[in-house]
Write a protein that binds this ligand. Structure first.
Ligand SMILES: [Fe+2]
Length: 377
Protein backbone atom coordinates (compact mmCIF):
# COMPACT_ATOMS: atom_id res chain seq x y z
CA UNK A 1 0.00 0.00 0.00
CA UNK A 2 1.29 3.51 -0.78
CA UNK A 3 1.45 4.51 2.85
CA UNK A 4 3.38 7.55 4.08
CA UNK A 5 6.28 7.63 5.02
CA UNK A 6 7.06 5.42 2.03
CA UNK A 7 9.71 3.07 3.41
CA UNK A 8 11.41 5.58 5.71
CA UNK A 9 9.51 4.74 8.85
CA UNK A 10 10.76 6.11 12.11
CA UNK A 11 9.76 4.65 15.44
CA UNK A 12 9.28 6.18 18.85
CA UNK A 13 9.82 3.79 21.73
CA UNK A 14 8.55 4.58 25.22
CA UNK A 15 7.97 2.88 28.53
CA UNK A 16 4.38 3.91 29.22
CA UNK A 17 3.64 1.95 32.41
CA UNK A 18 6.87 1.48 34.36
CA UNK A 19 8.30 -2.02 34.05
CA UNK A 20 5.00 -3.36 32.63
CA UNK A 21 3.95 -1.82 29.30
CA UNK A 22 5.96 -0.29 26.47
CA UNK A 23 4.80 1.45 23.30
CA UNK A 24 6.20 1.58 19.78
CA UNK A 25 4.70 4.26 17.54
CA UNK A 26 5.05 4.81 13.82
CA UNK A 27 3.27 7.14 11.42
CA UNK A 28 0.98 5.68 8.80
CA UNK A 29 -1.08 7.52 6.27
CA UNK A 30 -1.71 8.69 2.76
CA UNK A 31 -0.75 11.99 1.16
CA UNK A 32 0.91 13.36 4.29
CA UNK A 33 -2.25 12.68 6.31
CA UNK A 34 -0.33 10.56 8.77
CA UNK A 35 -1.37 9.57 12.29
CA UNK A 36 0.44 7.52 14.93
CA UNK A 37 -0.21 3.77 15.04
CA UNK A 38 0.88 1.79 18.10
CA UNK A 39 2.22 -1.61 19.01
CA UNK A 40 2.04 -2.20 22.77
CA UNK A 41 4.28 -4.66 24.59
CA UNK A 42 3.11 -6.12 27.88
CA UNK A 43 5.26 -8.04 30.34
CA UNK A 44 3.83 -11.53 30.96
CA UNK A 45 5.27 -14.42 33.03
CA UNK A 46 8.56 -15.47 31.41
CA UNK A 47 8.44 -13.02 28.53
CA UNK A 48 6.46 -10.52 26.51
CA UNK A 49 3.10 -10.25 24.77
CA UNK A 50 2.70 -7.94 21.76
CA UNK A 51 -0.68 -6.28 21.27
CA UNK A 52 -1.03 -5.32 17.58
CA UNK A 53 1.85 -5.21 15.14
CA UNK A 54 3.98 -2.65 13.31
CA UNK A 55 6.49 -3.04 10.49
CA UNK A 56 9.60 -4.50 12.18
CA UNK A 57 12.12 -1.88 11.07
CA UNK A 58 15.73 -2.15 12.38
CA UNK A 59 14.96 0.76 14.72
CA UNK A 60 11.94 -1.02 16.22
CA UNK A 61 13.76 -4.36 16.47
CA UNK A 62 16.70 -2.83 18.31
CA UNK A 63 14.47 -1.70 21.20
CA UNK A 64 12.27 -4.79 21.12
CA UNK A 65 15.37 -6.99 21.38
CA UNK A 66 16.52 -4.91 24.32
CA UNK A 67 13.20 -5.70 26.04
CA UNK A 68 13.60 -9.39 25.14
CA UNK A 69 17.07 -9.45 26.70
CA UNK A 70 15.73 -7.92 29.88
CA UNK A 71 12.31 -9.60 30.24
CA UNK A 72 12.35 -12.76 28.13
CA UNK A 73 11.15 -13.84 24.68
CA UNK A 74 8.12 -12.70 22.71
CA UNK A 75 5.64 -15.39 23.74
CA UNK A 76 2.43 -14.10 22.18
CA UNK A 77 1.51 -11.75 19.36
CA UNK A 78 -2.10 -10.56 19.37
CA UNK A 79 -3.99 -9.36 16.31
CA UNK A 80 -7.05 -7.98 18.11
CA UNK A 81 -8.93 -6.66 15.07
CA UNK A 82 -10.76 -8.31 12.18
CA UNK A 83 -10.87 -5.28 9.91
CA UNK A 84 -8.12 -2.78 10.82
CA UNK A 85 -5.76 -3.21 7.88
CA UNK A 86 -3.18 -0.82 9.30
CA UNK A 87 -2.79 -3.18 12.27
CA UNK A 88 -2.75 -6.39 10.23
CA UNK A 89 -0.45 -5.59 7.37
CA UNK A 90 2.80 -6.09 9.29
CA UNK A 91 1.77 -9.20 11.26
CA UNK A 92 3.34 -11.68 8.77
CA UNK A 93 6.76 -10.01 8.79
CA UNK A 94 6.75 -9.45 12.54
CA UNK A 95 5.65 -13.00 13.34
CA UNK A 96 8.38 -14.50 11.12
CA UNK A 97 11.00 -12.77 13.27
CA UNK A 98 9.69 -14.51 16.39
CA UNK A 99 9.15 -18.10 15.16
CA UNK A 100 8.62 -19.48 18.67
CA UNK A 101 5.78 -17.11 19.49
CA UNK A 102 2.10 -18.02 19.45
CA UNK A 103 -0.27 -15.87 17.46
CA UNK A 104 -3.76 -15.04 18.68
CA UNK A 105 -6.13 -13.43 16.21
CA UNK A 106 -9.53 -11.81 16.45
CA UNK A 107 -12.31 -14.07 15.10
CA UNK A 108 -13.68 -13.41 11.63
CA UNK A 109 -10.50 -12.46 9.73
CA UNK A 110 -11.16 -11.64 6.10
CA UNK A 111 -9.30 -10.37 3.08
CA UNK A 112 -10.39 -8.46 -0.01
CA UNK A 113 -11.04 -8.91 -2.94
CA UNK A 114 -10.69 -12.65 -2.20
CA UNK A 115 -11.20 -14.29 1.14
CA UNK A 116 -7.92 -16.20 1.41
CA UNK A 117 -6.76 -18.81 3.95
CA UNK A 118 -4.52 -17.44 6.74
CA UNK A 119 -1.31 -18.96 5.35
CA UNK A 120 -1.90 -17.30 1.98
CA UNK A 121 -1.87 -13.88 3.63
CA UNK A 122 1.28 -14.73 5.57
CA UNK A 123 -0.21 -15.72 8.94
CA UNK A 124 1.27 -19.08 9.99
CA UNK A 125 -1.83 -21.17 10.82
CA UNK A 126 0.14 -23.87 12.72
CA UNK A 127 0.93 -21.53 15.58
CA UNK A 128 -2.17 -19.35 15.35
CA UNK A 129 -5.17 -19.54 17.64
CA UNK A 130 -8.46 -17.66 17.43
CA UNK A 131 -9.36 -15.56 20.47
CA UNK A 132 -12.41 -16.95 22.34
CA UNK A 133 -12.82 -19.94 19.93
CA UNK A 134 -9.52 -21.52 21.02
CA UNK A 135 -9.37 -20.01 24.51
CA UNK A 136 -7.66 -16.83 25.69
CA UNK A 137 -4.07 -15.99 26.61
CA UNK A 138 -3.43 -15.50 30.33
CA UNK A 139 -7.07 -15.36 31.45
CA UNK A 140 -5.91 -14.76 35.04
CA UNK A 141 -3.93 -11.65 34.09
CA UNK A 142 -6.24 -10.11 31.51
CA UNK A 143 -9.97 -9.61 31.00
CA UNK A 144 -10.74 -10.13 27.31
CA UNK A 145 -13.95 -8.83 25.73
CA UNK A 146 -15.26 -8.02 22.30
CA UNK A 147 -16.64 -4.98 20.48
CA UNK A 148 -18.85 -6.38 17.75
CA UNK A 149 -19.00 -8.39 15.55
CA UNK A 150 -20.83 -6.29 12.99
CA UNK A 151 -21.41 -7.09 9.36
CA UNK A 152 -19.81 -4.30 7.31
CA UNK A 153 -20.49 -5.90 3.95
CA UNK A 154 -17.04 -6.87 2.68
CA UNK A 155 -16.35 -8.61 5.95
CA UNK A 156 -16.85 -8.05 9.62
CA UNK A 157 -15.86 -5.39 12.09
CA UNK A 158 -14.76 -6.78 15.39
CA UNK A 159 -12.10 -5.93 17.88
CA UNK A 160 -11.03 -7.62 21.05
CA UNK A 161 -10.09 -5.37 23.95
CA UNK A 162 -8.08 -6.48 26.93
CA UNK A 163 -7.75 -5.19 30.44
CA UNK A 164 -4.37 -5.83 32.04
CA UNK A 165 -5.27 -6.20 35.70
CA UNK A 166 -1.81 -5.58 37.17
CA UNK A 167 -1.29 -2.20 35.48
CA UNK A 168 -5.03 -1.33 35.45
CA UNK A 169 -4.73 -0.60 31.73
CA UNK A 170 -7.34 -1.15 29.05
CA UNK A 171 -5.80 -1.89 25.65
CA UNK A 172 -7.95 -1.16 22.59
CA UNK A 173 -7.30 -0.95 18.86
CA UNK A 174 -9.71 1.57 17.26
CA UNK A 175 -12.59 1.59 19.78
CA UNK A 176 -11.49 4.75 21.61
CA UNK A 177 -9.02 7.51 20.91
CA UNK A 178 -7.71 10.63 22.59
CA UNK A 179 -5.81 13.29 20.67
CA UNK A 180 -3.46 15.88 22.16
CA UNK A 181 -3.68 19.32 20.56
CA UNK A 182 0.13 19.42 20.23
CA UNK A 183 1.54 17.34 17.35
CA UNK A 184 2.83 13.89 18.38
CA UNK A 185 6.54 13.58 19.10
CA UNK A 186 6.90 11.39 16.00
CA UNK A 187 6.71 14.51 13.85
CA UNK A 188 9.84 15.92 15.53
CA UNK A 189 11.77 13.42 13.42
CA UNK A 190 10.33 14.91 10.23
CA UNK A 191 7.68 17.64 10.48
CA UNK A 192 7.10 17.76 6.69
CA UNK A 193 3.48 16.47 6.81
CA UNK A 194 2.58 19.20 9.34
CA UNK A 195 4.26 21.96 7.35
CA UNK A 196 2.76 20.73 4.08
CA UNK A 197 -0.79 20.97 5.43
CA UNK A 198 -0.21 24.25 7.29
CA UNK A 199 -0.27 26.22 4.03
CA UNK A 200 -3.12 27.95 2.22
CA UNK A 201 -1.78 27.47 -1.30
CA UNK A 202 0.75 25.36 -3.19
CA UNK A 203 3.07 28.30 -3.92
CA UNK A 204 3.76 28.88 -0.19
CA UNK A 205 7.07 27.54 1.11
CA UNK A 206 7.13 24.93 3.87
CA UNK A 207 8.04 26.98 6.93
CA UNK A 208 8.96 25.26 10.17
CA UNK A 209 7.80 26.99 13.34
CA UNK A 210 5.57 26.21 16.32
CA UNK A 211 2.43 27.72 14.76
CA UNK A 212 2.84 25.91 11.43
CA UNK A 213 3.27 22.59 13.21
CA UNK A 214 0.17 23.12 15.39
CA UNK A 215 -1.91 24.29 12.41
CA UNK A 216 -0.79 21.37 10.25
CA UNK A 217 -1.61 18.88 13.01
CA UNK A 218 -5.11 20.33 13.46
CA UNK A 219 -5.77 19.90 9.74
CA UNK A 220 -4.34 16.37 9.64
CA UNK A 221 -6.62 15.41 12.53
CA UNK A 222 -9.60 16.84 10.64
CA UNK A 223 -8.66 14.89 7.50
CA UNK A 224 -8.10 11.65 9.40
CA UNK A 225 -11.36 12.07 11.31
CA UNK A 226 -13.77 13.15 8.58
CA UNK A 227 -11.87 12.31 5.34
CA UNK A 228 -13.28 15.47 3.79
CA UNK A 229 -13.90 18.10 6.48
CA UNK A 230 -16.66 20.63 5.89
CA UNK A 231 -14.43 23.68 5.84
CA UNK A 232 -12.31 22.28 3.05
CA UNK A 233 -12.87 22.71 -0.66
CA UNK A 234 -10.99 21.28 -3.61
CA UNK A 235 -9.86 24.02 -6.03
CA UNK A 236 -10.07 23.50 -9.79
CA UNK A 237 -7.17 21.77 -11.55
CA UNK A 238 -6.32 25.08 -13.27
CA UNK A 239 -6.11 26.86 -9.91
CA UNK A 240 -3.94 24.08 -8.40
CA UNK A 241 -1.56 24.06 -11.37
CA UNK A 242 -1.30 27.85 -11.36
CA UNK A 243 0.25 27.68 -7.87
CA UNK A 244 2.46 24.64 -8.56
CA UNK A 245 6.09 24.19 -9.61
CA UNK A 246 7.21 27.51 -8.08
CA UNK A 247 10.86 28.13 -7.18
CA UNK A 248 11.86 26.43 -3.94
CA UNK A 249 8.97 23.97 -4.22
CA UNK A 250 10.09 21.93 -7.22
CA UNK A 251 10.90 18.87 -5.13
CA UNK A 252 9.12 15.68 -4.08
CA UNK A 253 9.06 16.78 -0.41
CA UNK A 254 6.76 19.71 -1.33
CA UNK A 255 4.93 17.52 -3.85
CA UNK A 256 6.20 20.06 -6.43
CA UNK A 257 3.82 22.64 -5.01
CA UNK A 258 0.75 20.61 -5.91
CA UNK A 259 -1.63 21.36 -3.04
CA UNK A 260 -5.21 20.52 -3.99
CA UNK A 261 -6.89 21.97 -0.89
CA UNK A 262 -8.46 25.25 0.10
CA UNK A 263 -9.51 25.88 3.70
CA UNK A 264 -12.23 28.35 4.66
CA UNK A 265 -11.27 31.16 7.03
CA UNK A 266 -13.08 29.78 10.09
CA UNK A 267 -11.83 26.18 9.67
CA UNK A 268 -10.13 26.19 13.11
CA UNK A 269 -13.40 25.98 15.05
CA UNK A 270 -14.45 22.80 13.23
CA UNK A 271 -11.78 20.84 15.13
CA UNK A 272 -12.87 21.96 18.58
CA UNK A 273 -14.62 18.70 19.55
CA UNK A 274 -11.60 16.64 18.59
CA UNK A 275 -8.80 18.71 20.07
CA UNK A 276 -8.98 20.49 23.36
CA UNK A 277 -6.23 22.77 24.72
CA UNK A 278 -6.97 21.18 28.12
CA UNK A 279 -5.68 17.78 26.93
CA UNK A 280 -6.79 14.69 25.03
CA UNK A 281 -10.53 13.93 25.22
CA UNK A 282 -11.31 10.21 25.14
CA UNK A 283 -13.91 9.63 22.43
CA UNK A 284 -15.06 7.40 19.57
CA UNK A 285 -13.36 8.30 16.28
CA UNK A 286 -15.83 9.97 13.85
CA UNK A 287 -14.99 7.49 11.07
CA UNK A 288 -15.89 4.60 13.39
CA UNK A 289 -19.12 6.28 14.53
CA UNK A 290 -20.31 7.25 11.05
CA UNK A 291 -19.05 4.37 8.88
CA UNK A 292 -18.96 1.35 11.19
CA UNK A 293 -21.54 2.01 13.92
CA UNK A 294 -24.14 4.36 12.35
CA UNK A 295 -26.93 1.80 12.79
CA UNK A 296 -25.61 -0.02 15.83
CA UNK A 297 -25.12 2.51 18.58
CA UNK A 298 -26.46 -0.08 21.06
CA UNK A 299 -23.59 -2.46 20.25
CA UNK A 300 -21.10 0.28 21.00
CA UNK A 301 -22.89 1.26 24.22
CA UNK A 302 -22.97 -2.38 25.36
CA UNK A 303 -19.19 -2.49 24.95
CA UNK A 304 -18.85 0.78 26.85
CA UNK A 305 -20.98 -0.70 29.65
CA UNK A 306 -18.49 -3.53 29.88
CA UNK A 307 -15.64 -0.99 30.09
CA UNK A 308 -17.53 0.91 32.80
CA UNK A 309 -17.77 -2.30 34.85
CA UNK A 310 -14.01 -2.92 35.00
CA UNK A 311 -12.83 -2.77 38.59
CA UNK A 312 -9.82 -0.55 39.08
CA UNK A 313 -9.62 0.82 35.53
CA UNK A 314 -7.03 3.61 35.45
CA UNK A 315 -5.43 3.83 31.99
CA UNK A 316 -6.52 3.66 28.37
CA UNK A 317 -3.94 2.53 25.83
CA UNK A 318 -5.34 3.00 22.33
CA UNK A 319 -3.52 1.84 19.21
CA UNK A 320 -3.79 5.35 17.75
CA UNK A 321 -2.77 8.82 18.90
CA UNK A 322 -1.90 9.50 22.56
CA UNK A 323 -1.25 6.81 25.18
CA UNK A 324 -1.59 6.21 28.01
CA UNK A 325 -4.58 8.37 28.90
CA UNK A 326 -6.16 8.60 32.32
CA UNK A 327 -9.47 6.75 32.03
CA UNK A 328 -11.51 5.48 34.97
CA UNK A 329 -14.85 3.72 35.34
CA UNK A 330 -16.43 7.11 36.02
CA UNK A 331 -14.95 8.47 32.79
CA UNK A 332 -16.46 5.52 30.92
CA UNK A 333 -19.85 6.18 32.56
CA UNK A 334 -19.62 9.90 31.63
CA UNK A 335 -18.74 9.04 28.05
CA UNK A 336 -21.67 6.63 27.88
CA UNK A 337 -24.00 9.35 29.14
CA UNK A 338 -22.64 11.82 26.58
CA UNK A 339 -23.07 9.33 23.73
CA UNK A 340 -26.62 8.40 24.83
CA UNK A 341 -27.63 12.06 24.63
CA UNK A 342 -25.78 13.07 21.50
CA UNK A 343 -26.97 13.09 17.93
CA UNK A 344 -25.32 9.79 16.92
CA UNK A 345 -23.72 9.49 13.48
CA UNK A 346 -24.88 12.93 12.30
CA UNK A 347 -25.07 13.89 8.66
CA UNK A 348 -24.32 17.62 8.56
CA UNK A 349 -21.24 19.87 8.59
CA UNK A 350 -18.03 17.90 9.12
CA UNK A 351 -20.03 14.68 8.91
CA UNK A 352 -21.48 15.34 5.42
CA UNK A 353 -18.89 13.40 3.46
CA UNK A 354 -18.96 10.36 5.78
CA UNK A 355 -22.76 10.49 5.61
CA UNK A 356 -22.68 10.60 1.82
CA UNK A 357 -20.23 7.70 1.69
CA UNK A 358 -22.25 5.56 4.09
CA UNK A 359 -25.50 6.21 2.19
CA UNK A 360 -23.78 5.39 -1.09
CA UNK A 361 -22.42 2.10 0.26
CA UNK A 362 -25.85 1.13 1.62
CA UNK A 363 -27.54 2.10 -1.70
CA UNK A 364 -25.04 0.04 -3.67
CA UNK A 365 -25.67 -2.91 -1.37
CA UNK A 366 -22.00 -3.01 -0.28
CA UNK A 367 -22.94 -2.33 3.34
CA UNK A 368 -26.00 -4.02 4.85
CA UNK A 369 -28.71 -1.81 6.38
CA UNK A 370 -28.81 -4.16 9.40
CA UNK A 371 -25.25 -4.96 10.51
CA UNK A 372 -26.42 -7.50 13.09
CA UNK A 373 -28.80 -9.53 10.93
CA UNK A 374 -26.24 -12.07 9.74
CA UNK A 375 -25.23 -12.84 13.35
CA UNK A 376 -28.86 -13.17 14.51
CA UNK A 377 -29.81 -15.66 11.77
FE1 LIG B 1 -6.71 1.50 13.48
Amino acid sequence: MPLYPYGKKRTIFKEIIPNQIWSFEQLQGIYYVAVPVRLSVIKVPGGLMLFNSLPPTPELLKDLKMLVTKHGPVKEIILPTASGLEHKISLPSLSRLFPDSNLWICPGQWSFPFDLPLDWIGIPSKRTKVLFDDGLPYPDLFEWFSLGPLDIGLGRFQEVSCFHKKSKSLLVTDALIGIESAPPELFDLDPTPLLFHARERGDELLVDNFDSRAKGWRRIVLFASFLRPAKLSIPSVVEVLKNSFRAGLRNPRAHFGIYPFSWEKDWQSSAKNLLSPKGAVVQIAPVLERLVFPRSKETYLAWLDKVASINGLRWLISSHYTAPLRFSRNDAIDLRRKISKKDWAPSKDNWSFLNWLDNKLVDLGVVPADPLKVFKD
